[in-house]
Design a protein around this ligand. Structure first.
Ligand SMILES: [Zn+2]
Length: 323
C-alpha cells in the first residue's frame, strides 16, 4: 500500500515518522541531530528512513521534511542555521535520489502550521498561525487557506522581529534586539545573565547561576516552580517579551486560531497562560483562540507528513522536481 515519511529536522533532535496515507503514525525514530552538521545530517536521515522502511517491508510514496532554517526553498536546502553551527546542507535532492520518491522541504514551523490546519486544532479554520517557543523561535501562517512560503521559504521568520532597542540583546543571526535573541531556549542563559547584572533583589540560587550565564531554560522553570524570586522576575520578563512577539505575529496575520508548541511552551503550560494575559495590550486585531498545540511534540513531524500527503499547491509549483 505504500507509506509516507515525515521528517522533523531540529537543532537538537531529528524525528522521522512512517505514516499511512491517512496520516496515521506507524513507526517513529528520534535521534540526536549529528553535531558535525552539513551532509552528515542528510546521510543519517537517509539511513534511518531506510531502516524504518525495511522494518515494515514497504516502499515510500512521498517524503515531507520540516527543517530548521533558513531555507533555499527552490532547491530544498538549508543555507545556514543561526542556532547551532550546522552549516548548509542539501535535503531534497539526496533524499529523492535515495528513495525515488517526491520529497518536499519546508521550514519546520511551516510544516507545523500545515499539520495544524489540516489535522490539528486549525481544522475548519481558514486562518491559522503556529508559533514555537523552543531552542529557537519561529512561526508559520495559513492565511485565507493559503500556506505562506515566500521567495526562499522564509516568509515567517517571526523570531527575528525586533522587540528591543536597548542594544543589550544580540541574536544568534547577528541582529540586535530580535525576539529570538532574547527569549529562545538558546538565548535564555545570556538574557538571564544580563537581567541578573541589573537585579537588586535577593541573591538567590537562580540569580547566582544566571550571573555565571548558566541558567538554562530547564533550571529557570524549576527555580520558578520552587518560588525563587529572581527566577520569577526572569519568567515574567520572558512572558512579556513572548506576549509582545506573539501579539506582533497575530497583528500581522490576523488568525482565528493561534497554536503554540516547542519544548519551552509544551513543558510549562502555565507559562503560556502568563503570556496570554500579557498579550491583550499589544493587540490591534481581535484576539484569536490561543492554545498549546494538540499535536504536542509531534506537530512538525505530523505537519511534514501532511506536506507529503496533501502538498500545498504553491509548494508543488516550486518543488515539482522530476515527478
Ligand atoms: Zn535574529
Amino acid at each position: 500500500m505504500g507509506y509516507v515519511v515525515g521528517v522533523d529536522v531540529g537543532a537538537t533532535r531529528t524525528r522521522i515518522g512512517l505514516f499511512t496515507k491517512g496520516c496515521e503514525l506507524v513507526r517513529a525514530d528520534v535521534f540526536e541531530t549529528p553535531r558535525e552538521g552539513g551532509s552528515a545530517i542528510t546521510q543519517e536521515i537517509v539511513s534511518r528512513i531506510r531502516s524504518l522502511l525495511s522494518s515494515v517491508g514497504e516502499k515510500v510514496e512521498a517524503i515531507g521534511v520540516g527543517t530548521i532554517g533558513p531555507l533555499d526553498i527552490v532547491r530544498g536546502r538549508v543555507v545556514r542555521s543561526p542556532n547551532v553551527r550546522l552549516g548548509s546542507f542539501e535535503l531534497k535532492a539526496p533524499i529523492e535520489e535515495a528513495f525515488g520518491a517526491p520529497t518536499y522541504v519546508v521550514n519546520d514551523c511551516v510544516a507545523a502550521v500545515w499539520g495544524e490546519y489540516l489535522v490539528g486544532a486549525g481544522r475548519g479554520s481558514s486562518n491559522v498561525v503556529y508559533v514555537t517557543l523552543s531552542t529557537g523561535i519561529g512561526g508559520g501562517a495559513v492565511v485565507d487557506g493559503h500556506l505562506l512560503l515566500g521567495k526562499d521559504g522564509n516568509a515567517h521568520e517571526v523570531g527575528h522581529i525586533v522587540l528591543d532597542y536597548s542594544g543589550r540583546f544580540r541574536c544568534g543571526c547577528g541582529g540586535l534586539g530580535h525576539w529570538e535573541g532574547i527569549a529562545s531556549g538558546a538565548n535564555i542563559p545570556r538574557a538571564a545573565s544580563i537581567l541578573a547584572r541589573e537585579w537588586s533583589g535577593p541573591e538567590t540560587e537562580a540569580y547566582r547561576r544566571a550571573l555565571e550565564g548558566l541558567l538554562t531554560p530547564e533550571d529557570l522553570f524549576a527555580y520558578w516552580y520552587s518560588g525563587d524570586p529572581f527566577a520569577e522576575h526572569m519568567v515574567y520578563f520572558l512572558a512579556e517579551v513572548n506576549a509582545a512577539g506573539i501579539a506582533s505575529t497575530v497583528n500581522v496575520y490576523d488568525p482565528e486560531i493561534l497554536t503554540v508548541g516547542g519544548s519551552i511552551a509544551l513543558r510549562n503550560p502555565g507559562f503560556l497562560e502568563l503570556i496570554e494575559r500579557n498579550m491583550e495590550k499589544y493587540l490591534v486585531c481581535r484576539a484569536p483562540r490561543t492554545l498549546l498545540t494538540p499535536l504536542g511534540e509531534n506537530v512538525v513531524l505530523i505537519g511534514a507528513a501532511m506536506v507529503a500527503i496533501n502538498t500545498p499547491p504553491n509548494l508543488l509549483r516550486i518543488q515539482r522536481g522530476r515527478w
